[in-house]
Design a binder for this molecule. Sequence first.
Ligand SMILES: Cc1cc2nc3c(=O)[nH]c(=O)nc-3n(C[C@H](O)[C@H](O)[C@H](O)COP(=O)(O)OP(=O)(O)OC[C@H]3O[C@@H](n4cnc5c(N)ncnc54)[C@H](O)[C@@H]3O)c2cc1C
Length: 319
Amino acid sequence: MPIITYQGNSYECSSDQTLLDGVNSQGANLPYGCRSGLCQGCLVKAVKGTPPASAQMGIKPTLKEKGYFLSCLCKPESDFEISRPDRRDEFSSATVTELEYLNQTVIKVVTSCPDTFSYKPGQFVNIIRLADGLARSYSLACIPSDGHLEFHIRLLADGKMSSWIADDLKCGDEVLLSEAMGDCCYRDAYADRPLLLAGTGTGLAPLYGILRDALSSGHRRQIRLLHGGLSSDDLYFDPVLSQLAAEHDNLSYIPCVLHGETPEGGLSGSIDTLIAAQLESERDWAAFLCGDSAIVSAMRRSCFSQGVDENSIHSDAFG
Ligand SMILES: Cc1cc2nc3c(=O)[nH]c(=O)nc-3n(C[C@H](O)[C@H](O)[C@H](O)COP(=O)(O)OP(=O)(O)OC[C@H]3O[C@@H](n4cnc5c(N)ncnc54)[C@H](O)[C@@H]3O)c2cc1C
């Protein structure tokens, strides 16, 4: 009977049961999810032994090459030594190169761009803490020609990841990154349509990437960017966006606040109401809406009620 070695213990596993069931029935406690090869929650690495191709279905080629397989699909015919996945095999490694407070609660994090990493501006990645695998999603506030990755991270007083970034992360530290995900991205087919970009707080991060992608792709119609905050203190990228608007005739930057003094060239009020008024000026808008989920839903309703085609409304809600 094949012997499976895991964390220094040996388990006999008959070839009529899966490796996952065989070792777990003897107390190994291997993690798993769907047990049918879909979720990859039972992914393990063969340290010794060659996994059958049938147990590597759907796994990334880079992981297959490193001996990864799904223990729920593997009926072992020979001995194996297995280990839990090594995070460095699963994710890309990046080095932190810059940390800068953009206001009291938003920090800009810049990292190197891993060699094999590809993305579309507006997508997001999971940033993973190397020590324990803590992971949170953050949007890419950059475009590939920057050569580095940029994130805008809002600090929450009791937030696990954001407090760690504020208190412990340093330039030179390594973080892990998942693949880029999401499709809240500029499309070349929008080049001759007016664009509305709207978001609150760090919802600006993906919008900044989308905006620069549109500008560098030669977008021909007008672009209106509305960045909202409770007060003008929250408009953390005001100088950068004002400068960009000064450089591009087809870009209007409209800072929006809920309370306090109205910023120069800006508006006061709830951003979902303010965007409805903006949309009255033209037809055929495409809209990108990002940030807090409740506000994204309200903005989506405003766009829809102003006749923006549902397929032309793209959003990233921050959970
Ligand atoms: C697709 C996507 C993209 C995202 N992009 C960004 C981004 O670019 N920048 C960014 O700052 N965040 C972004 N987020 C949010 C981010 O993933 C984390 O949820 C956030 O940083 C909080 O993580 P934390 O570990 O610090 O807090 P946690 O320890 O997870 O939470 C601490 C406390 O704060 C509350 N909380 C969690 N998230 C929020 C929130 N967003 N607003 C208010 N309260 C909250 C929780 O309910 C909890 O009580 C994105 C989320 C998604 C899903």
